[in-house]
Design a binder for this molecule. Structure first.
Ligand code: NDP
Length: 329
């Protein structure tokens, strides 16, 4: 029998407006970069998505090459969407991206019109969707004119294949240029997706100021620093952790210095009665220019733990100063 979402799903949910647009995002959004691929456990991913929506997480973030293998997160999402979420399509924001390596040859990477438009068509097929809510240029392509990349974003909106567009990991300067081009084309830039966490604060050096000025939202990816901002690495590297599974979280990042910083941060979280993951999310969301914190979760328990960040008290000035001492030294 069909799955029915929790009727109370919006009771505790919190939303923020993306820049000066009409669109609101949940304060915490869920990304499918890892844990939803062909190599992962399908029913676990399905349970995580159901639980997220039951708790008011209306935004799921994908990209063409999430998996592994490439494309498989979109395929799995498509299966789950068809089985569980079809009736809720208008309550969901689904995003995808193109910009990194996807298929062989010169048309399956970076930022050409050729690549972006073909890739979105493929993504829609894999997910079984008519349109995505947000389509992103996943990274700046230094060798393609920005007019071409932004022109492709404008085009897919005019085709009805995306409702809004965004950019990811663009520098403040490239963001200003992209926003100006998009504005001229008549398709405003809705949102920027940069990395941001207590251990990675590059956005504070001009990007957040630019976004505020331009009226563009900000969805912060890897707010838990891929799991480093949890207590899991304090006593060694657990077998089932991302650092052990290899790939994106380089074990070199788990240096003595970093572990000492994480231990210090963990102490502050404990005093607040939060887990470190929860404090890391409260921290990213302390800045009203951040529209949403974009987390990953390998289990329903992790998801629940992270979403409970929204129940926590705001950080005090003393706590923020103490966090800076650990995070910036
Ligand atoms: P996080 O920083 O939230 O890391 C998620 C990982 O941390 C989980 O897979 C899990 O790893 C661990 N974890 C999560 N919650 C908890 C918890 N409560 N307690 C203990 N451990 C926990 O984000 P991601 O790096 O996964 O990125 C999130 C999303 O951001 C992606 O899915 C994607 O949508 C987007 N993204 C975008 C990029 C871009 O270029 N635009 C690049 C990277 C991500 P473990 O397996 O170790 O338990």
């Amino acid at each position: 029998k069909p799955w029915i979402a929790d009727e109370a799903r919006y009771e505790a949910a919190k939303f923020r407006r993306s820049g000066r647009s009409g669109l609101q995002l949940p304060e915490i959004s869920l990304g499918l970069w890892q844990n939803f691929g062909g190599v992962d456990h399908y029913q676990t991913g399905r349970a995580v998505l159901r639980r997220a929506f039951d708790r008011g997480v209306t935004h799921f973030d994908l990209a063409n090459n999430y998996g592994p293998p490439y494309g498989s997160a979109e395929e799995n999402f498509g299966r789950i969407f068809a089985a569980d979420f079809q009736p809720y399509r208008d309550e969901l924001l689904i995003s995808t991206k193109a910009g990194y390596d996807m298929w062989p040859g010169p048309y399956g990477n970076f930022g050409s019109r050729k690549y972006l438009i073909a890739s979105l068509d493929q993504s829609l097929k894999r997910m079984g969707l008519d349109y995505v809510d947000i389509f992103y240029s996943h990274r700046l392509d230094p060798e393609t004119p920005l007019e071409e990349t932004m022109g492709a974003l404008d085009h897919v909106v005019r085709q009805g294949k995306a409702l809004y567009v965004g950019i990811s990991s663009y520098s403040p300067e490239a963001t200003r240029q992209a926003a100006a081009i998009l504005k001229d084309l008549g398709t405003p830039c809705l949102i920027h997706q940069p990395s941001y966490s207590m251990l990675n604060r590059w956005v504070e050096d001009g990007l957040l100021d630019a976004l505020e000025e331009l009226g563009i939202g900000c969805i912060a990816f890897s707010p838990l620093a891929q799991g480093m901002l949890t207590s899991k690495y304090l006593d060694g590297v657990p077998e089932d952790s991302r650092a052990k599974r290899g790939g994106s979280l380089r074990p070199a990042l788990l240096s003595e210095g970093n572990i000492a910083r994480i231990r210090g941060l963990n102490g502050i979280a404990k005093r607040r009665g939060q887990t470190l993951a929860q404090m890391a999310l409260t921290w990213v969301l302390r800045d009203p220019r951040v529209t949403s914190a974009l987390i990953g979760a390998r289990s329903v328990a992790q998801l629940d733990d992270s979403l409970d960040a929204l129940k926590g008290a705001p950080l005090t000035a003393e706590e923020l100063a103490e966090i800076d001492r650990h995070a910036l030294d």
